[in-house]
Design a protein around this ligand. Structure first.
Ligand SMILES: [Zn+2]
Length: 428
């Protein structure tokens, strides 16, 4: 199929427009320690106001749903056909950077800026979506599943969850905050503003949160899947405290060496799986003896730890869970230590659409944009769209300093490559 090729001058103008938006976002929401756009707070609202005004200037149809998500639509040749949705969130973590989230919204607007300048009418409606409250884990305590705005748009947010989630800033419930921001929490409860049959697909451009593109010197990544998880938040190894000089090795029940052996066994198995080409990361983020009891001269009798295993392959997650349960039992038995992983929380991986990934790969080749496949370790709004049955893809853009950090440093040239790839997809 012949692709609509956007002339370089048109594209240069679109990138200048995007750069202007990034600069203004930074100016409005950066404090001394970084960019802060609290979910349903002042910074997020400032970003929504800026982006909505830019969309109106582009002649887009602008509306909000009951939760305050922002929809900015360019009509296509077939306005009845299922639409493209593209976008991301405009909130940030406290003292974060300028690009996590915002890059996806600005990329969608840059694509439509270029379409308009070139007189290109897309095949179907294109809606740029700016969600609310994707960084909910940073801003809300209480039992909740975060990604609030995107899930509200998909009808996945309940009234109970909006009452249970509490602002870490001032204790208000999420329902109250949505109301205080001028929106309608009752109307947002389990009432979708996007139903799967309305969507041809959802594509999110996002900065990469890890170092892979930077290390491999590639500007753009096409995400293969969003890793699912197996997490043990309250694991413990319980042996017996003993005198470090008086008790011979064979009589010890050393909790730390047992937990360390468990960690070593997991790492060895992880290496095997990687050698087989399977996707996995594993982290024991907390690992400690009991500070009240531990001492230089005591065999440790108790170690508490956490376990976070991620993979885009559900079968591997099941294998990994079986492995850690068996390793805990066997290593514990050999050493007279009870290794109890506690409750294991499970989240399924989100699969990206093979069709959309293929089209993005073809378009990248056609446009001469260097791109590689990679898994996403972090969660994104896109995961919820994929799990709702909407064909979904993510374009990652190289970002040397990591995300959730004041020094996020996406080069504008790399953003341009990612946004050009997005535009080529949205034109059809
Ligand atoms: Zn993000």
């Amino acid at each position: 199929m012949a692709r609509a090729v956007l002339p370089a001058a048109v594209w240069a103008e679109a990138i200048a427009f995007a750069e202007g938006l990034f600069d203004e976002l930074d100016r409005r929401t950066r404090g001394p320690d970084g960019v802060t756009r609290a979910s349903w707070g002042e910074g997020e609202q400032a970003a929504h106001d800026l982006v909505a005004a830019a969309a109106r200037d582009l002649g887009l149809t602008v509306s909000t749903d009951a939760a305050g998500n922002l929809f900015m639509t360019m009509a296509g040749r077939d306005a009845e056909a299922p639409a493209w949705f593209t976008g991301s969130h405009l909130d940030s973590v406290p003292c974060g950077g300028n690009f996590d989230g915002a890059a996806g919204v600005v990329a969608g607007l840059a694509a439509l800026h270029a379409f308009r300048a070139h007189g290109l009418v897309p095949a179907r409606n294109v809606t740029v979506l700016a969600t609310r409250g994707e960084e909910g884990s940073s801003w809300f305590s209480g039992p909740h599943k975060s990604h609030f705005g995107g899930r509200a748009a998909l009808g996945q947010l309940s009234a109970a969850e909006m009452d249970a989630a509490r602002s870490v800033v001032d204790g208000r419930s999420l329902a109250q905050m949505i109301a205080d921001a001028g929106f309608d929490p009752k109307g947002a409860a389990e009432a979708p503003s996007i139903r799967p049959e309305m969507a041809h697909g959802f594509v999110e451009l996002h900065i990469e949160q890890g170092p892979v593109l930077d290390r491999r010197a590639v500007p753009v990544g096409i995400v293969s899947g969003i890793r699912g998880t197996r997490r043990a938040r309250d694991a413990r190894a319980e042996g017996a405290h003993a005198h470090s000089g008086a008790v011979p090795r064979e009589y010890r029940r050393d909790a730390l060496l047992a937990a360390a052996a468990f960690a070593g066994a997991l790492e060895a198995r992880w290496e095997d799986w990687l050698a087989q080409g399977r996707d996995m990361v594993a982290t024991l983020g907390r690992f400690s003896t009991d500070p009240a009891q531990a001492s230089l001269t005591k065999v440790p009798g108790l170690v508490t730890f956490t376990l976070d295993i991620r993979s885009e392959d559900e079968a591997l997650l099941r294998d990994a869970e079986d492995f850690v349960v068996a390793a805990a039992r066997d290593i514990g038995a050999q050493r007279g230590v009870a290794i109890d992983l506690g409750r294991i929380d499970r989240a399924a991986p989100a699969t990206m659409s093979p069709d959309l990934r293929g089209r993005l790969r073809d378009l990248a080749a056609e446009l001469g944009i260097p791109a590689i496949d990679l898994a996403s370790g972090g969660g994104h709004d896109a995961a919820n769209f994929a799990l709702a049955g909407i064909p979904t893809a993510i374009i990652f853009v190289r970002n040397p300093n990591g995300s959730h950090h004041p020094d996020e440093d996406m080069p504008i040239a790399d953003f341009g490559q990612g946004a050009r790839l997005l535009a080529a997809l949205l034109a059809d």
